[in-house]
Design a protein around this ligand. Sequence first.
Ligand SMILES: C[S@@+](CC[C@H](N)C(=O)[O-])C[C@H]1O[C@@H](n2cnc3c(N)ncnc32)[C@H](O)[C@@H]1O
Length: 438
Amino acid sequence: MTSTSLIERLNESLSSRLGIHFHPDQFGELEKSLVDAARELGLNDTDELKTLFLGDSLKPEAVTVLIGHLTVGETMFFREKKTLKALEEKVFPELIASKSRGVRSLRIWSAACCTGEEPYTIAMMLDRLLPEPKKWDVSILGTDINAGFLKYAKKGVYRDWAFRGVPKEIQDRYFTQTPDGRHEISERIRNKVRFSKLNLADAIYPAESNNTNAIDLILCRNVFIYFKEKTQRQVVAKFKDCLNTDGWLAVGLTETASQIYDGFTRERGSSPAIYKKSSSPITPRKKTTKQKTRIRPESKKKEKTASEMALLAKNLKDEGKLDEALTWCLKAGETEKLEPGHRFLEGEIHLEAGRTEEAESAFRKTLFLDNDIILAHFLLGNLHLESGETVKAKRSFEYVLDLLRQQDSKTEIPFSDGLSAGQLSKTVKGLLGKENAA
Ligand SMILES: C[S@@+](CC[C@H](N)C(=O)[O-])C[C@H]1O[C@@H](n2cnc3c(N)ncnc32)[C@H](O)[C@@H]1O
């Protein structure tokens, strides 16, 4: 048997047993991960590892080591703020209001929680949001396929890197410093989250035995990048059964181009990665009086600089005030005509407003000013894909991959919300794989 066919068989087996799937053009990456895993496991070579896995003869601890080398354990507290804002302003208020009329319980599941930052973030958010928290029965479940990550999560001790972009007051409120300079989560928050191992590709859910039934909100972010479309669809269908009527699903910001969310309605506006289990269309988000603006248009200051205007535009966009956001963004662009960031923001505003042609034009202008803005190429690719222009989509995604090859996989992508080059590369390869297969 040639080593190519062995790797193909391994890939199929990884996909069916762990959900983790590699496209043939990622076999180089797969092989590299296998070399590292075989070395850590003290095996002779990767063929031995492949054969052991195929024969189902790897011990569970060894499988954990393998999984650790095949997936990226990248995460952080308060990741993808756009989605968290939507949870804070739309999802949680709706859930809290409807539950306040009956049994005051909330059940949340962070599926693929990695080292715990995601479920702990939700616990911290609810700590601030719940009225009379003592009267509520809140259950937050964090699951992952990687037992090593879960062990880390249960300890609840984190390095500075997990807090990129997190306000210091949050750290001060919920963490204490350990003697070696790390940060330990408060017992109160830690006790709100339960962790357990669950492989999304082969576990049975919903099930009372693993606490995945009657859920109000599932977060499954930045995981579908590992799965084949078929697996993604199966997982989404099972999630639907896990959710209560009017339950919610949050996915990663780059995971919305796929058409896998049958039985869910996508939230439009400023929360593009949120789906509701419902067949009825979602009405546009109403602006609540609670929302705060950090810089107000009617600010006394006479003249704003272009970057102040752009910041104001971004804040307004995040609040869902898209018309005002566009006005300030265009003003910023008028003042600083050669700044690609203003054009990019304009594209994002149009995108959120559902004006795809205008969004495309703005992303093109962005790239005219700086052809290396990776996210602009990626979003253009998504727009082409959604409009069925597969050749153009392929061209954009291939260009993204060219640019990503020049980056370290841990580098954060400019204008993204904590997305790493490695993760974006995986997403794009997934989309290209499907595209090529079409
Ligand atoms: C990039 S992290 C995402 C963490 C977090 N959800 C976030 O968005 O920050 C991907 C996680 O998916 C997990 N994972 C991969 N395949 C899985 C599977 N079949 N079942 C459960 N978790 C899986 C990995 O172990 C890893 O922790």
